[in-house]
Ligand binder design. Sequence first.
Ligand code: ZN
Length: 308
Amino acid sequence: MSPVRGLHHITAISSSAQGNVDFFGKVLGLRLVKKTVNFDDPGTYHLYFADGTGTPGTVLTFFPWAGAHKGRPGTGEAGLTQFAVAPGALDFWRDRLMAASAPLEEKTVADETRLISADPDGFAFALVEAPDDPRTGWIVDGIDPAAAIKGFRGVTLTLRDVEPTRALLTGLMGYTEVGHEGALTRLANAEVAAGVVDLVAAPQTPPASQGAGRIHHIAFRVADRATQATIRSTLVAEGFQVTPQIDRSYFTAIYFRSPGGVLFEVATDEPGFATDERVEELGQGLKLPVEHEHLRPMLEKRLPELVV
Ligand code: ZN
């Protein structure tokens, strides 16, 4: 059994904190489970959207930099987030996304139908019917509970050269190659939710540029700090430059640049999002790590109030 258990979270850049709440909270029906700041840049929010409790594999996070320029899609990035929904749910989402004036495209990829859309920053996502996914999403008014987003299904990486990333993921990160179609190579860990990584080869495409609507990094999931330390040692032995284990309050993180240019993180399940708020109250308070608590009066004045 691989110690890497699919995705933990995906973190993107946006241009508006309220815009994130309006789209991912209100249109897609994800729960805002944590309102904190970027620990490395505490003047800005770090917003976490997820299922009801912040289960790893459902957590989409944003660094909203007010007025940030749109980034440009390209290679060396995770270009598409895949959400899992129940079979039959795409009809509901087609109507709902159309009503929200979101762009819509329907595509068949590797024998599955995808509804592809984007938020106002151009953050691209696909809704994919996942028949064997036992997870239940967060239930909100206005969204058919049978259609609720269950969490991530996976992610698509766009790469100039797929091979080194394929080797890393199928090697020490425990993925298996399960399909190949044109430029797309599908890797998966079939034992877990959020277990798909699609690699798309785009050898002629220029690199992506960071900005609103682009993914900053993707995080893979491990159970605990001890497992993370073991993976860290293996990565270092293979020549990767890996950060020390960093406390992110709700998980511990290590980061490294994958061979195709995408920033990878490995994050722990422990301690989770209910560590400083009760489950019923997740996302309500502005939560700060101890080292930034002295900034609270300034931050409470400066950060825009969010209408959830
Ligand atoms: Zn992260």
